[in-house]
Design a protein around this ligand. Structure first.
Ligand SMILES: [Zn+2]
Length: 239
């Protein structure tokens, strides 16, 4: 399973999720939000997100199996525990405001949150394998649907992230915003400079270095801002 194949699976599952969410949510546009509606929507949409998560977790394991290429056995898949009913109700409750009417904008926001949760299962599964199977040297963040936003570009520029990296670096590289299309790629010692997406990490590094030179503030937010203004002045094109 290469990146293009796993991208197709991801897009098919995510667009199926959006379509089924739409079927539930579109008829509610204009309806005044109540606590009862929030709870009912949470309960009605949770299984849809859950099934997208299952599909994407399976895809992650297929990517892991392809990485091993038939050599040796697979380690146990992770038990994913983050997607609890309260976690999803929390996402729904953040988007909808009791007393306000449901708007198209709310549906889009909820769709992005659902997509985030769905992809969380794939990313979480891949990162679990990377962190626990010593045959995997590292994992790299790439965006198979470029251009990546400045925030993601900076994290992509970190290239392969190793087991031994600090928890802060690992944690931040594994941060994905709603609407983010980034994924994790498993990297072996042999393909450290030839894994699918390697060139993107090199390009991201070049853009990061340029932005860092222009940034007045060298924290993440400062470099994000510098990269955005460089992109704006170059007509939105990434160098
Ligand atoms: Zn991203």
């Amino acid at each position: 399973m290469n990146q293009a194949q796993s991208l197709r699976v991801r897009q098919r599952i995510l667009s199926g999720l959006q379509a089924s969410l739409d079927r539930i949510l579109r008829p509610l546009v204009g309806r005044i939000v109540t606590d009862h509606l929030v709870a009912a929507l949470g309960a009605a949409t949770r299984p849809l997100v859950g099934s997208a998560r299952s599909g994407l977790a399976v895809s992650a394991t297929q990517q892991y199996r392809a990485f091993l290429d038939g050599s040796g056995s697979l380690i146990a898949k992770p038990v994913l525990t983050r997607f609890t009913p309260p976690a999803w109700s929390g996402s729904v409750g953040k988007v909808l405001t009791v007393g306000d009417p449901v708007a198209v904008d709310h549906i889009e926001k909820l769709g992005r949150k659902a997509g985030w949760w769905a992809q969380d299962a794939e990313r979480g599964t891949l990162i679990h394998y990377a962190n626990n199977d010593k045959r995997i040297y590292a994992w790299a963040r790439i965006d198979p649907v470029p251009p990546a936003c400045p925030f993601c570009t900076i994290l992509i520029s970190r290239r392969a992230v190793y087991h031994t990296e600090s928890a802060a670096v690992l944690g931040q590289t594994g941060e994905f915003h709603p609407g983010c299309t980034c994924t994790a790629v498993l990297v072996s010692q042999d393909n450290l400079t030839s894994f699918e997406g390697y060139q993107q990490t090199q390009d991201a590094l070049a853009e990061y270095r340029l932005a860092r030179k222009h940034a007045s503030n060298h924290d993440l937010a400062g470099i994000v801002a510098a990269m955005q203004s460089l992109r704006d002045t170059s007509g939105g094109k990434t160098p």
